[in-house]
Design a protein around this ligand. Structure first.
Ligand code: ATP
Ligand code: MG
Length: 225
């Protein structure tokens, strides 16, 4: 690797929204300020107060891809996203720290009044719509329940309402969206939070710049919120 590429700033991949917002205090704890917001500036590459660090703003589910290919040295992604990515791309991503941010639960939810217990005990097939097909498949396999999985990319709450599926597997934090759509969570699949992920080659070749940031994130995320 040339000296010039070792001098380039570290690149941290983030999604906008809750992960970006909850990462800012972790960067502040490392003495790094971000003056522009991805919402207002529309820029996809954001500088920081440190010439050693820039941010790139990508879709939440694309964060592991940027890090795995080394287009970003490190990134922050939910365990939901990491689990789906790992199923298709085993190995390759180092996940040193659970940052305890963007917490929520991955749940099974159904229309209010739908008898979920009866449906899963009959041994009949359950139609499940979700963005999280790998997590859903593993969950129902553990329970010994046969499922037909239908892959969706968003607005999962709609599926049970219009007869596309009996159940959905989706992220829930307050439950407000489920309630507004006459759905209820009936089972937990996993507790979700976001992890720091690091490109393996960057970790080896750029340790001097990366390790202090990894350590600072680990310290800051261990503090009570
Ligand atoms: P997009 O909205 O661009 O389709 P996305 O829904 O995956 O992508 P976000 O809604 O920004 O992206 O969510 C990013 C991450 O935030 C999720 O992967 C998850 O780890 C976390 N998260 C925490 N709470 C929630 C919640 N209530 N709903 C959705 N995601 C949540
Ligand atoms: Mg979203």
């Amino acid at each position: 690797m040339s000296p010039a590429s070792l001098d380039r700033p570290l690149t941290l991949a983030l999604s906008k929204g809750r992960i970006f917002d909850e990462t800012m205090p972790l960067l502040e704890a490392a003495g790094i300020h971000v003056t522009e917001s991805p919402e207002s500036s529309r820029k996809l590459i954001l500088p920081t107060s440190s010439s050693d660090l820039q941010l790139i703003i990508v879709r939440a589910s694309d964060v592991p891809t940027y890090v795995q290919y080394g287009a970003a040295d490190f990134g922050i992604a939910g365990k939901d996203v990491l689990f789906e990515h790992a199923a298709d791309h085993p190995g390759g991503l180092y996940q040193p720290v659970d940052l305890n941010i963007a917490r929520c639960r991955l749940c099974v939810a159904v229309r209010k009044g739908f008898d979920y217990e009866a449906a899963v005990h009959q041994g009949s097939r359950l139609r499940v719509a979700t963005k999280y097909v790998h997590a859903a498949r593993e969950h129902f396999a553990r329970k010994g329940v046969y499922v037909d999985l239908i892959k969706l990319y968003g607005s999962m709450e709609l599926a049970p309402l219009v007869g596309l599926a009996d159940a959905i597997v989706d992220l829930v934090s307050t439950g407000g969206t489920l309630k507004a759509n006459n759905l209820e969570a009936v089972e937990d699949v996993a507790d979700i939070s976001s992890r720091l992920i690091v490109n393996q080659a960057s970790l080896k070749t750029r340790t001097a710049k990366l390790q202090p940031l990894i350590d600072s994130f680990a310290r800051a995320s261990a503090l009570p919120a």
